[in-house]
Structures are given as structure tokens and as C-alpha cells.
Design a binder for this molecule. Structure first.
Ligand code: ATP
Ligand code: MG
Length: 334
């Protein structure tokens, strides 16, 4: 069945508060896309469990927190369907069918999974669920027949894997599913405050959308800059310096940023001065987000009802796709 308009699917793992990396890498484009497209956003609690199976409470508590983050940045439940993964069991069913369309070798060679396994130091072996999370992510995307997936760079191998699974499915069983495309933002991998290449919830190097002004100030003051710059009058490196990357991403006055860069390269501005600018920019950006968050947080039941409604709508679409999948496979017996 041809779709009337493009469909977007994205999501986040409820493993902690959303941060600036999420905003510039994915959330910002969701805000723009929700105006034009049918947008689905999935809170991927089952995926979060794959490396937090010993702490399910961490996951369940963060479902609400991530939902608040969404609402506070301006995702509009009238335009964006927000759903929680575990309450759409059709996704798990499709995952089982997809398991046959992927080899163990493909999963083991996925570069993002490889990096994450190195970072996570699983005690007692790698959970099968973790190794296979790209398969469940493929089902997340395919079940909503999304054709566009706004993601950060680390997710490109997942989209490629999804495309392969969809191609194989359609080849074996008939043209049912849509091959999605990734949509990368201008800042597909925001570095961490520690200078590591990716800001991440799990690495403790994030500035969160819900951080208060004092916390932002503290985190920015402690940020990694150019390690070779011992004195303020030493010419400094702007490239690979996360303070400047954040300014590039969020300062609307790029003229000032260019001037600071020139002075930094010449050694005529202190790290502290550049950080002051960043603190102001971040707190100005976060203030309205904080205000909306506080206002939504006054009524937790109403917020959870938004998720319940979105999940019910998402489930209808998922059930329809699953019915088509089963029909194509000749497994619609009754
Ligand atoms: P975790 O450490 O638990 O995996 P995370 O910080 O990587 O958390 P996810 O929920 O896995 O966040 O990612 C959600 C989305 O945000 C993905 O599309 C991912 O690519 C994007 N994203 C996450 N971190 C960044 C970042 N630092 N820069 C750009 N995009 C990012
Ligand atoms: Mg991640």
C-alpha cells in the first residue's frame, strides 16, 4: 500500500536524561519534521534492558523522564506519536521473524555494537539480547513502515542492517516492508565534556537538557579544552575542542564565535572567557526547556496519559503491519 506521506521513526533508550548530543543529533530535526511528516517516537525500554537487565527500575523510571524531555523541548503529541516499546508487543513478534534474516557474523561485526561491548565490560558474557539489539531496532523501524530515520552517526550501522533485513524479507516473502533511510544532522556526533568523541548517557560526559543553571556552569567550567594550551597566551586549537563544537552547534551568533576562535588561535582569549560565553548560551537555550519541563511535571498522570494515547495509536499501525507480514508469510491461519 503506498503511503500518503513520508513517515519518520526515531527513538531513545530510557537509560538516563536526554542531553545536548540528543538535541543536536536527533531531537532538533524531529521538531522540524513533525511539522511536515507523520512522526513516531519510540521510547525503547526493551532495548535499554539489554544492557540494564539487572536494573529494570532504572529503565522504567527513565521512561517518564525521557517523556518529560520530549515534551519540554517541544515535541507535540498532536503531531508526534510517542509510544513505549514494551507496550507494542507486535514489535517483539516481528523481531522473532527478523532473527532468521541476520547472521551471527553480521551482528558481531557491527562496529557500533563492537564499540559498545568494549565500553560496557559485561560480566559473565555478552547477553544475546544485547548482541541482537540491531535486529529489534530493525523491527522498530519496519513495523511503522518508516522511510526516514533521524539519528546520530553511531546509528548508521543499525539503519544499514535494517535495510538489509527489509530487503531480505521482501525478497523471500513479498513486498511488504519499506527500506528506510537515515537522516543525519549537521552535528551527528557531539563530543562529550571530557573530549571523548561521543557525548553519552552511559559515559557520564553529558550536559543534560534537565540540568539546572548551576550544574551547567560547573560542567562547562570542568570541560576539556586544548590540553596543549598551558597558558592563556599560548595559541590554542579550535578543532577538536568541544567548547567550540558546542558553540558551533548552539550559538546563534556565529560572528561572535568566529571572533572567539580567531582570538583563541592567536592566544588572546582565555579558556575561562570562552567558557563564560558557552555557559550563557547553554543556559539561555535551556531556560525555556526547563520552564516547560517544570510545568509538565506538575501533572504526572496527564503526562503518562500522553504516552498511553500515543502507544495505543502506534499499536494500531503495528498490528496492521504485522497482519500484512503474517499474510505474506502464509502464517495467517485463521
Ligand atoms: P546510551 O549511552 O544509553 O546508549 P546514548 O546517549 O547513546 O545512550 P541513545 O538513546 O542510545 O543515547 O541514542 C538516541 C539517539 O540520539 C540516537 O539516534 C543517537 O544516535 C543520538 N545520539 C546520542 N548521543 C549522541 C551524540 N553525542 N551526538 C549526536 N547524536 C547522538
Ligand atoms: Mg546509545
Amino acid at each position: 500500500m503506498p503511503q500518503a506521506k513520508s513517515r519518520i521513526l526515531t527513538g531513545d533508550r530510557p537509560t538516563g536524561p536526554l542531553h545536548l548530543g540528543h538535541y543536536v543529533g536527533s531531537l532538533k530535526s524531529r521538531l522540524e519534521l513533525q511539522e511536515k511528516y507523520e512522526t513516531y517516537v519510540l521510547i525503547a525500554d526493551i532495548q535499554a534492558l539489554t544492557d540494564n537487565f539487572d536494573n529494570p527500575q532504572k529503565v522504567s523510571v527513565n521512561v517518564y523522564e525521557v517523556l518529560l524531555d520530549y515534551l519540554s523541548i517541544g515535541l507535540d503529541p498532536k503531531k508526534t506519536i510517542i509510544a513505549v516499546q514494551s507496550a507494542v508487543p507486535e514489535i517483539a513478534e516481528l523481531t522473532v521473524f527478523f532473527m532468521n534474516l541476520v547472521t551471527l557474523g553480521q551482528l558481531e561485526q557491527n562496529p557500533t555494537v563492537k564499540t559498545e561491548i568494549e565500553q560496557k565490560h559485561f560480566k559473565g558474557g555478552i547477553p544475546l539480547g544485547f548482541l541482537a539489539y540491531p535486529v529489534s531496532q530493525a523491527a522498530d523501524i519496519a513495523i511503522f513502515k518508516a522511510n526516514l530515520v533521524p539519528v546520530g552517526e553511531d546509528q548508521l550501522p543499525m539503519i544499514e542492517q535494517t535495510r538489509e533485513i527489509v530487503r531480505r524479507f521482501n525478497r523471500y516473502y513479498g513486498q511488504v516492508l519499506i527500506e528506510p533511510e537515515a537522516l543525519l544532522s549537521k552535528f551527528p556526533r557531539l563530543p562529550g565534556t571530557d573530549g571523548k568523541e561521543k557525548m553519552s548517557k552511559s559515559l557520564g560526559n553529558a550536559i543534560n537538557l534537565c540540568d539546572d543553571a548551576k550544574t551547567v556552569e560547573k560542567k562547562v567550567r570542568g570541560m576539556y579544552t586544548d590540553p596543549a594550551r598551558v597558558h592563556a597566551d599560548t595559541p590554542g586549537n579550535v578543532e577538536g575542542n568541544p567548547v567550540f563544537t558546542y558553540l558551533d552547534a548552539l550559538d546563534s551568533d556565529q560572528g561572535i564565535v568566529e571572533e572567539l576562535k580567531t582570538r583563541y588561535r592567536k592566544g588572546t582569549v582565555t579558556d575561562a572567557e570562552v567558557k563564560e560565553r558557552l555557559i550563557k548560551i547553554l543556559n539561555d537555550f535551556l531556560d525555556p526547556i526547563r520552564a516547560r519541563r517544570a510545568s509538565f511535571a506538575k501533572d504526572k498522570n496527564a503526562v503518562m496519559q500522553i504516552l498511553a494515547d500515543g502507544t495505543a495509536r502506534a499499536r494500531k499501525v503495528a498490528a496492521q503491519t504485522l497482519a500484512e507480514v503474517k499474510h505474506a508469510m502464509g502464517m495467517d491461519y485463521f
